[in-house]
Every structure is written in structure tokens, then in C-alpha cells.
Design a protein around this ligand. Structure first.
Ligand code: URA
Length: 434
């Protein structure tokens, strides 16, 4: 078999066989197939697409390119959750403790932020001492003892996806449905959970800008999960404006803590409740959505969700006092008010621009090796549909350093569109699929 022939086949619109897909994935991981040939293949797939069978074969070849975690030592149904990524997406920080406090076994694999989107691991590192660099054995022990654990993707887990994702990132081949579906699902299948809940984002801050594409991606991932014998549910949710109010690592942790105290922003709370009910149902702990919602509200009201977060933080080496005293979390030196430049309604907030503002402040990385400032970010005071008067607060910038703050302020003002007529924001939950 020659990679050249496979590239030509796909370029001409052919369908790759299981054997051909395994040859190319294994050859790429072993270094026999060079980056330039794999780049050409990714571009050929980008333009010619893959059918359902090819997408499934690619997913399995990537999942099986490394270790497949065996979580059978954890009693009960193990649930993982994945979001396709966005701005202000701190969902796992609140959702996982809520679901774990209801009895779901959360065995979650998370990543770091890259570009304008944040990552759960960076956010969690706002707790002094916290680490996701734990062994599989400790991961399993923590899920058994605490009910939840979050670890980073090890180098042995789906190594083909790690290599391919980095290649796609620099060859303009990320935003393709089959490539995204196989990338996400290869990691989720290798991570070993019995049930997977997917949060597929749509809107200006998401990979899938159009809602119909987000639904198609959700369906593609559901089909892969079911083929692999896993219990899967998916939600398509809004990412046309940042989720909640806080964007930036420690600021998002604070907002998640507030949500676990029952005082979170409405859109974020609604999303956590929806995803939480999917988790409880896929785990078999609730028979219907109403029952699941009642359980989730219960653990917030009696404080069990918050104390679950504290237990989890402590079990992974973090300072759990910060859960009860969030003022101990990293804090920026300056908080600057950004005022509305005119009267009107907030008609749009360019989501990825707000993400870039946080990046400019030092809250994200442009390169993998960059060290981030956990304390900085933006807290939005006005969101789409809100009425503002000239001079009223639009947002607050939490910064360290004058130059970064000025650059962020200019860009943030441009991210807000204010007009005379009210525009209704889209619903947070666009649909649930199973
Ligand atoms: N997240 C992933 O893990 N992979 C993709 O291809 C896109 C988003």
C-alpha cells in the first residue's frame, strides 16, 4: 500500500477501506508517513468528505492507536462529558460536582485552552496545588472514593488524534464535520466511560457557526458512540455570545462556585441543568428529566454540590479552602469599568472577539508553551437583549499591566454592537438528541 495512492483516491472522491484507513493512521503515528502527505490527505478529506463508515473506521483507528482505558474497577455507570468548546465555557466546573453529588460516577478527560477558547485544566489550576497530571490508578481511585476525577489527556491516549489535531490546526483543516467527530469521539472512546454526554456548540464563537451543521455534527458523534456500544446523548447549545458573564480562568471558577451556591447566571445555570439531567438519565439514576432536575436542584440547595467540588479539589492536591472563600483565588491588580458608548440595546457580542480579549490580557495561549495569567479576564455586565444607557457598565476588565488593558478595552468595545432596536437572544438550548 502507498500513501500516494490513498491521497489520489480520496482526492478523486473515492471511499477509503478500513485497511487503508488503518494503514494511514498507524503509518502516521509510527513516523513512516510524513506530515506533508498527511496534510494532503486531510485537505482531500476536507473537500471530498467521508461517509459514515469511513468516519467510524477513522475514529476506531485513532482510538486504538494507543491505550484504551479500562475503567471496570469503578463500580457503577461511568459518565464522561465533552463540549466542542467556546468562550466562558466553564460548564464542567459546576456540572461535574452537581452530577457527582447526585451519584453519577464522573470519569472525565479534559484539555487545556488553545487560541480563543479556554480549557478546563487551566481553569482548575486556579486552585493552588491542583493537578490533573494523575496516574490512571489514582484517577480510578478518586472516582471510586470521591465520585469524580478529571485527568489530562495522557500521551498514550489516542496519540493519532494528538498528532493529527496539531497538524489540522496549522493546515486549515480543523472545521470539518467528520474530522471533528472522529477526533472528539476517538478520545472519548479511548477514555473508557460507559456513557458520554456531548455539548455541541453553535454560533459565532463555535466551530459550527450554523445550527444545522451543529445538529449534523451531534448526529455524527451519536452514531459513532452507539456503534461503539456506548450510551450517548447530545445537546446543541448557544455559543453566539459568551456563556455566563465571566471569561478568564479564576473568574470562571468563581462563577462556577456561585452557580453551585444557586446564584449563577441564568444561561449558564440552564445549560448545567440540561446537561446534568442528560448525565443522570444516561447513568440510569433518573427515569425522566423532571426527576433529574429535582435531584440537581436538591444538591445545590443543601450544599452537597459545593462540598463535592471541595472534596474533588482536595483529592487532586488543590486548596479546598478556595471553594468556600473564592476571594483567595488569583486576583488581578486592576479592575476597569468599560462604559457603554451610547444608548440602545445590546444587539450582538462577537463571541470569539471576547475570547481574544482574554487572550490579549494573558488569560490564554497563542503557543502551547505560553504561561498563562490565571487572574485576568472579562466580566460582562450586559448581554444580548439588555438595554443600556451611555456611560453605564458594559463590562469589567480584570488586568495586570496597562498596555494589555488598553488593547483589550479597544477590542472589547468593538465586540459589542449596540443599536436602537432590541434583538432577542437565541435560546441557550437548541435541541437534545439521543
Ligand atoms: N475538539 C477536538 O478535540 N477535536 C476537534 O477536531 C475539534 C474540537
Amino acid at each position: 500500500m502507498r500513501m500516494y495512492d490513498l491521497i489520489m483516491k480520496k482526492r478523486n472522491g473515492g471511499v477509503l477501506s478500513e485497511e487503508e484507513i488503518r494503514y494511514m493512521v498507524n503509518g502516521y503515528v509510527s513516523g513512516e508517513i510524513p506530515d506533508y502527505q498527511m496534510s494532503a490527505m486531510m485537505m482531500a478529506i476536507f473537500f471530498r468528505g467521508m461517509n459514515e463508515e469511513e468516519t467510524w473506521r477513522l475514529t476506531m483507528a485513532m482510538a486504538e492507536s494507543g491505550e484504551m482505558l479500562d475503567l471496570s474497577d469503578i463500580a457503577g455507570v461511568k459518565v464522561d462529558k465533552h463540549s466542542t468548546g467556546g468562550v466562558g465555557d466553564k460548564t464542567s466546573l459546576a456540572l461535574a460536582p452537581m452530577a457527582a453529588a447526585c451519584g453519577v460516577k464522573i470519569a472525565k478527560m479534559s484539555g487545556r485552552g488553545l487560541g480563543h477558547t479556554g480549557g478546563t485544566i487551566d481553569k482548575l489550576e486556579s486552585f493552588a496545588g491542583f493537578s490533573t497530571d494523575i496516574s490512571t490508578r489514582q484517577f480510578i481511585r478518586n472516582v471510586n472514593e470521591v465520585g469524580m476525577a478529571i485527568m489530562g489527556q495522557t500521551k498514550d491516549l489516542a496519540p493519532a488524534d494528538k498528532l493529527l489535531y496539531a497538524l489540522r490546526d496549522v493546515t486549515a483543516t480543523v472545521d470539518h464535520m467528520s474530522l471533528i467527530a472522529s477526533s472528539i469521539m476517538s478520545k472519548k472512546l479511548a477514555a473508557g466511560a460507559d456513557a458520554i454526554v456531548l455539548d455541541v456548540k453553535t454560533g459565532s464563537g463555535a466551530f459550527m457557526k450554523k445550527e444545522e451543521d451543529a445538529f449534523a455534527l451531534a448526529r455524527e458523534m451519536l452514531a459513532i458512540g452507539k456503534n461503539a456500544g456506548r450510551n450517548v446523548m447530545a445537546i446543541v447549545s448557544d455559543m453566539d455570545q459568551p456563556l455566563g458573564n465571566a471569561v478568564g480562568n479564576a473568574l470562571e471558577v468563581r462563577e462556577a462556585i456561585e452557580t453551585l451556591r444557586g446564584r449563577g447566571p441564568e444561561d449558564f445555570t440552564q445549560l448545567c441543568m440540561e446537561l446534568g439531567s442528560c448525565m443522570l438519565m444516561t447513568a440510569g439514576l433518573a427515569g425522566c428529566k423532571e426527576e433529574a432536575l429535582a435531584m440537581l436542584h436538591g444538591v445545590i440547595e443543601d450544599g452537597r454540590a459545593l462540598s463535592k467540588l471541595a472534596q474533588f479539589v482536595k483529592a487532586q492536591g488543590g486548596d479546598e479552602r478556595m471553594v468556600y472563600e473564592p476571594e483567595l483565588l488569583p486576583k488581578a491588580s486592576t479592575v476597569t469599568l468599560v462604559e457603554a458608548p451610547c444608548d440602545g440595546y445590546v444587539r450582538r457580542i462577537l463571541c470569539d472577539e471576547v475570547g481574544i480579549c482574554s487572550l490579549i490580557l494573558g488569560g490564554g495561549r497563542s503557543r502551547k508553551e505560553d504561561i498563562i495569567d490565571l487572574s485576568v479576564g472579562i466580566v460582562l455586565d450586559k448581554k444580548v437583549g439588555d438595554r443600556v444607557k451611555k456611560g453605564e457598565p458594559l463590562a469589567y476588565i480584570h488586568s495586570n499591566g496597562e498596555d494589555k488593558r488598553t488593547a483589550c478595552e479597544e477590542r472589547l468595545l468593538k465586540a459589542y454592537e449596540i443599536g436602537p432596536e432590541r434583538r432577542q437572544e437565541g435560546p441557550v438550548i437548541r435541541g437534545t438528541l439521543k
